[in-house]
Design a protein around this ligand. Structure first.
Ligand code: TXA
Ligand code: MG
Length: 526
């Protein structure tokens, strides 16, 4: 053990009469890989950022390591082995210019009922007494909820990292605990600056809980997934989903993927799960595979592009899963890029494209996969590949047998195109007109108007937003189109919306409604 002797603690008291601040670091999973019970130094593997981060932290904080090595109490490793590993780490850090003021090691099991595991945070108090540490200005960083309760009990602040076992235990964590994807981002919170010295945090970066609260109240939150960042809204809040299109500046309403955190959420979205779907889900979820199913009626049109189908995926990212869990609803999300730009794989890419207003961002570092999910339709007998992506077709075919590869023009010719096509298309010809609505002279003509109008119409009329809100119009668009389409009319005349807000998107959607979509695959449209 490398504890300082009484002499040096006296020196501290003498030269540093002011209370000092400390960071207490967990060992396994926080400053290094958690590889089980370590008995030998050659198993030590630091995280890439460990040395740089500790070096910066120690410029303002005393550093302590608090580690639980219950493997000793369980007889799985020896006290000497632990001592050797800790000695090696301490020497390594020392040679890198980092001084660990003292190591606190608990080698007991829970049953031992030891001093160190008492609810009273024994080690924190020890450090406070011995080195004059002010715990209220100190931090504990750890990858287990215990580390956080330990901080709480001692009056210090706990920061939770998703490295090590952090991802596994995230759902046990109280909602007000700040969660970080690695040691660097936790240290950035402590120091109030970026540890790589370059970038500054965008003002809209937020915690998982703030992101979830934003979604619960109908706002937008960008979040990391293993593929790319998504820009999310509550699936069951069509106004919120309309906000996604507005923020992205999409000229067309592409159907969105509903992101779920558990199978119970799938049941809220789709009618039934086929045996093939079940096999694919078991094999690849959570992961970069999006599956298209027949939807339940309560899934809003604006999510599905008016289709009778819905695309669903369970992302393989602890922050995304926790966000969805806390939002307590599936999250509709396209990639968080501005229209026509490449998909963002860091939180800063999102800010570069979408700015900082109108939504929040959860920073989860760089995305592991880096390309979008593979989209596979399960609506017909044979699965159909709609977009190649992060999961290879070969791996899918190992489970399903050969899948069909179809292009958009082919999709249009399938027996029930609505089930596979990425956009709802009405049968009745749509005509898009400019200017003020005119009374309708022709019989068998439907009218689709933006807002309340005094014109007299003999035929059926749909008003998209009586109050003149373009996002309300977007929300109502598909239902209005469908009602008119079912009336056996010869034509539907739709009047252009003003090109503000979602007006342009609605106009484009209407103009494409009756003509075949241009020669694009769903992936290219994004
Ligand atoms: O990895 C991803 O999939 C990312 C992350 C954020 O999850 N999301 C993403 O979403 O790339 P987006 O909106 O950029 O792409 C969704 C794709 C589009 O190609 C869309 O046409 C297709 O999924 N899609 C969505 N719903 C569909 C449906 N009901 N039928 C057919 N295709 C659908
Ligand atoms: Mg740990």
């Amino acid at each position: 053990m490398r504890d300082l002797d009484l002499f040096s603690s006296w020196i501290y008291e003498y030269f540093m009469p002011d209370k000092r601040k400390a960071v207490f670091l967990d060992r396994d999973g926080t400053i290094m890989q958690d590889s089980g019970y370590l008995n030998s130094p050659d198993q030590v593997e630091f995280f890439d950022d460990t040395i740089a981060v500790l070096y910066q932290l120690q410029s303002e904080y005393e550093l302590f390591i608090v580690t639980n090595q219950s493997g000793v109490g369980k007889g799985l490793i020896t006290a000497e082995g632990v001592e050797k590993v800790n000695g090696y780490i301490d020497d390594y850090l020392r040679r890198s210019g980092i001084i660990i003021r003292e190591w606190f090691v608990c080698t007991h099991t829970t049953e031992d009922n030891c001093e160190c595991k008492k609810p009273k945070p024994y080690f924190l108090n020890l450090a406070a007494e011995k080195y004059g540490i002010d715990l209220s200005q100190s931090w504990v960083i750890g990858d287990h909820p215990h580390d956080i309760s330990f901080a709480d009990n001692g009056g210090a602040k706990g920061l939770y990292v998703l490295t090590g076992h952090g991802a596994k235990h995230l759902s046990e964590l109280p909602h007000d605990v700040p969660v970080f994807h690695n040691l660097s981002s936790a240290a950035e919170r402590i120091l109030g600056r970026k540890t790589d010295g370059s970038k500054t945090d965008a003002p809209n970066f937020c915690s998982i809980e703030d992101g979830a609260a934003q979604l619960r109240k109908g706002g937008l939150t960008a979040f990391p997934t293993e593929t790319v960042y998504g820009l999310g809204a509550d699936v069951f809040n069509p106004e919120a989903v309309a906000g996604i299109f507005q923020l992205k500046g999409r000229p067309l309403f592409n159907p969105l993927i509903a992101h779920i955190s558990g199978i119970n959420m799938l049941e809220k979205l789709i009618k039934s799960i086929s045996p093939t779907a079940e096999k694919l889900i078991n094999a690849f979820w959570p992961g970069p595979l999006t599956l298209v199913f027949e939807k339940k009626d309560n899934v809003p049109d604006i999510v599905t592009g008016g289709n009778p189908t819905v695309a669903v995926r369970m992302p393989d990212h602890p922050m995304a899963l926790e966000l969805i869990r806390r939002a307590d609803s599936p999250i509709a999300a396209p990639s968080a890029n501005a229209f026509g730009k490449t998909s963002p794989t860091t939180a800063l890419h999102v800010v570069e494209q979408l700015g900082v207003d109108g939504y929040k961002i959860i920073d989860g570092g760089a995305c592991r996969v880096g390309v979008e999910s593979t989209v596979l339709s399960l609506v017909h007998e044979t699965p159909v590949l709609l977009r190649p992506g992060g999961l290879s077709v070969e791996r899918i075919e190992e489970i399903t047998g050969p899948v069909e590869h179809v292009t958009e023009p082919q999709l249009k010719n399938l027996e029930s195109p609505g089930l596979l096509a990425s956009h709802y298309s009405p049968h009745t010809p749509f005509i898009l007109k400019n200017g003020e609505p005119e009374p309708n002279p022709e019989p068998a003509t439907g009218l689709m108007l933006f807002c309340e109008s005094s014109i007299y119409s003999a035929g059926p009329v749909e008003i998209l937003s009586p109050a003149g809100s373009t996002s309300e119009a977007a929300v109502n668009l598909y239902a209005a189109m469908r009602r008119l389409d079912k009336m056996d009319l010869e034509r539907i005349i739709a009047y252009r919306l003003p090109e503000r807000g979602l007006g342009k998107a609605v106009n484009d959607r209407i103009s494409k409604a009756s003509v075949p979509a241009p020669n694009m695959t769903p992936a290219e449209e994004e």
